[in-house]
Design a protein around this ligand. Structure first.
Ligand code: SF4
Length: 164
């Protein structure tokens, strides 16, 4: 079975904005200066400290695995929940392709005091084949896809770059 070649961030960005996915993959980065990204990092570094142990497996970085074997991803807001869910489903799929079966996931929103359980279904696995082929198509483009002009742009690290 084939191992997967994308990072969780790439899967996430595919659901947020194809332009963002393209720019990020081509190493055009502004994340360090963006206040929302800094806030996310701060939450990520200061919550669930007892469990905290980021795990890097191939291309994926799992925030932590609890004592029940559930993988966790910590997020600051649920505004792009679909992207978060697919990121965790992708982690579960990656582990499955590595021979680790029956893994489940959880997205933790400490600021919202909310948790979301994530499972990988056979339909998700089929959907991912389409997602991977779409991502390859986007990344093969010589120029970044057009700006999406959505509310999410205001908090995006690429805002100045896209709208200057
Ligand atoms: S500012 Fe908007 S168009 Fe530009 S990368 Fe971010 S989300 Fe995409």
């Amino acid at each position: 079975m084939q191992n997967l070649n994308f990072t969780g961030t790439q899967i996430n960005y595919y659901f947020v904005c194809h332009r963002k996915l393209w720019l990020f993959t081509k190493d055009i980065r502004f994340e360090d200066k963006n206040e929302y990204v800094q806030l996310g990092r701060l939450i990520d570094e200061n919550t669930y400290k007892r469990n905290k142990k980021q795990i890097e497996i191939g291309k994926i970085k799992i925030d932590f695995i609890d004592n029940k074997g559930v993988i966790h991803e910590v997020k600051k807001s649920n505004k792009i929940e679909k992207a978060h869910i697919h990121q965790v489903k992708y982690y579960i799929l990656t582990l499955k392709r590595m021979g680790v079966e029956n893994v489940t996931g959880e997205i933790d929103y400490p600021k919202l005091k909310k948790r979301e359980t994530v499972l990988l279904t056979p339909e998700d696995e089929k959907e991912f084949e389409k997602i991977f082929s779409n991502i390859r198509e986007i990344l093969d483009k010589p120029k970044p896809p057009a700006v999406i002009k959505k509310t999410i742009c205001k908090k995006c690290a690429y805002h100045e770059f896209c709208f200057a």
